[in-house]
Design a protein around this ligand. Structure first.
Ligand code: ADP
Ligand code: MG
Length: 381
């Protein structure tokens, strides 16, 4: 059934068949899984060239030894795909990955890649740093011809230096690396010590990768939100827990859950997890701590989607918590932050009577507006 996605490329002296990525893409569109996006199609062109070259490279090692003595394998160029969140970088990388004609490949999330590297360094701590990197590079390149690293965001100078040494070896060993990131290599450096060292690393990336911009206008994560049945889930219970968890997973493409802390005015706000503009939190974390409008404004600027679990019914007995919740919603509303939550009751019934109920009506109206299509369409700023 899949044969129509493949073509024999004997006219290019290749015997390994490579998939036509565009055909798969159009097939997805026919199945209504995706919308056609010209910016993504442009990236697919470059990925196709790389895929074809990759097939030639693999083929080289399948040729008889006498042939290989006479010629050199084609040098593989790694890829670095960057663009805003939700543009389809991970999806295109996955498409490339699945269609690479080798089993010697692995896809990592950036945090997993780094934690494997740190674990290896720890295990071989009797060696010096240079030996550790050389050994690890050899190990990776003996196991894999292709590694994909998704959601690359090096900010730590120690990690940048480590990666600079490792990637230098990996590029020399002709391992193909495909990276996705929200930032161009030039923009990875976000200030801090040892700028020169950091720039050595970003220059290495520039020199050894084909840098591809994915300039799509659409944030498809938001399309997911809009197609979701609801963004305000009630009542609380097993199904609301499932709703919160699934939504976070879907929006982040199953990024690992990891506690996140945000420094605001010398204070630290703890969040259940956060990933690329998406925060997972709870009423307890944001409204039962002594936070104020300044903190909420910073949070609203920092994240474009906030998923909040377990909003309880409010009353004048919970005056401080209620006030904070109102301030938080004001800040999110001002910045057009998309708000997804689970609550004990519908917004209209969250604060029914007593002191403060009247004031809360503005929050209710905002919460309702924030569920509307028009609000979900508006851009975060
Ligand atoms: N052209 C498209 N049409 C519909 N949905 C898409 C399209 N491109 C990507 N998506 C979906 O949008 C979401 C975000 O895509 P993703 O690849 O994770 O973006 P990025 O890695 O750039 O943040 C995913 O659920 C993905 O399947
Ligand atoms: Mg991604």
């Amino acid at each position: 059934m899949f044969t129509r996605y493949f073509r024999k490329v004997s006219q290019n002296n290749r015997s390994i068949e490579t998939a036509l990525l565009k055909n798969i893409y159009f097939q997805w569109s026919n199945e209504n899984r995706i919308q056609i996006d010209n910016a993504q199609l442009a990236v697919l062109e470059t990925l196709q060239i790389s895929l074809n070259n990759f097939a030639l490279y693999i083929e080289y090692f399948q040729k008889p030894i006498f042939h290989r003595i006479k010629t050199q394998p084609l040098k593989q160029k790694s890829l670095y795909i960057y663009g805003d969140v939700g543009r389809g970088k991970s999806m295109l990388m996955q498409l490339f990955y699945e269609n690479c004609p080798t089993h010697k490949k692995k896809r990592f999330h950036y945090s997993q890649f780094m934690s494997d590297l740190h674990a290896f360094s720890h295990e071989y701590s009797q060696l010096n740093k240079a030996e550790i990197i050389t050994t690890y590079a050899k190990q990776l390149s003996s196991e894999f011809l292709l590694i994909c690293i998704d959601e690359f965001y090096v900010t730590d100078i120690a990690d940048a230096m480590l990666l600079e040494r490792l990637f230098t070896k990996l590029f020399a060993l002709n391992l193909t690396i495909v990276i996705t990131s929200n930032r161009h290599p030039n923009d990875l450096y976000q200030g801090g010590i040892l700028k020169e060292q950091f720039l050595i690393f970003t220059q290495l990336l520039q020199k050894n990768t084909t840098i591809i911009a994915l300039n799509s206008q659409t944030d498809y994560r938001l399309s997911y939100l809009k197609s979701a049945q609801q963004v305000f889930h009630y009542p609380l219970g097993d199904s609301s827990e499932e709703f919160i968890k699934t939504t976070y997973e879907q929006l982040t493409q199953y990024a690992p859950m990891k506690p996140y802390s945000l420094e605001v005015l010398g204070r630290t706000v703890f969040l259940t997890s956060a990933y690329q503009g998406i925060a997972l939190t709870s009423f307890k974390e944001l409204c039962e701590q002594p936070l104020g409008s300044h903190d909420y404004n910073l949070i609203a600027q920092h994240f474009d989607i906030i998923i909040m679990a377990n909003i309880p019914k409010l009353s004048c007995e919970k005056r401080n918590e209620s006030k904070r919740f109102m301030t938080l919603i004001d800040a999110l509303y001002e910045h057009n932050v998309k708000f997804i939550c689970s609550a004990e009751s519908p917004a209209e019934e969250l604060y029914l009577e007593g002191d403060g109920a009247f004031e809360f009506r503005r929050t209710v109206s905002r919460l309702i507006e924030m569920q509307a299509q028009k609000y979900l369409d508006a851009v975060h700023y």
